[in-house]
Design a protein around this ligand. Structure first.
Ligand code: HEM
Length: 83
């Protein structure tokens, strides 16, 4: 399988409303430089993931990412944050 790319595979998973709500908080979901920082990618992944019986914290109220979308993001991290 080719490596997961931020521009082609990850960035399109964020909606316009996600990007516009989070940018003022300094969470730049559409910005490769921000997202390829491993600490930032980890925080974002955490907010998108369910925790036991708790639903994900982001986006508030959903729609939550599917297991397939979360797996894609995790693989992108594993692959070394390809642009
Ligand atoms: C480090 C990662 C993140 C942090 C710390 C964070 C934090 C926050 C906070 C504090 C708010 C405002 C309060 C609230 O409505 O709960 C908010 C709103 C929001 N966040 Fe995030 N967020 C993160 C990642 C994300 C991600 C990954 C998405 C979507 C994929 C997202 C989508 C949204 C949306 C759509 C809102 C506005 C909700 C509304 O006003 O109805 N956020 N976020």
């Amino acid at each position: 399988m080719p490596q997961i790319s931020f521009a082609a595979d990850i960035k399109p998973l964020f909606r316009t409303i996600d990007i516009s709500h989070m940018t003022p908080f300094g969470v730049e979901l559409d910005d490769y430089t921000y997202m390829s920082n491993p600490d930032n990618a980890k925080s974002v992944y955490e907010t998108l993931s369910p925790h036991g019986a708790e639903p994900p914290s982001m986006p508030p109220g959903g729609p939550y990412w599917t297991p397939a979308q979360l797996a894609l993001f995790a693989q992108w991290q594993k692959d070394g944050y390809q642009p």
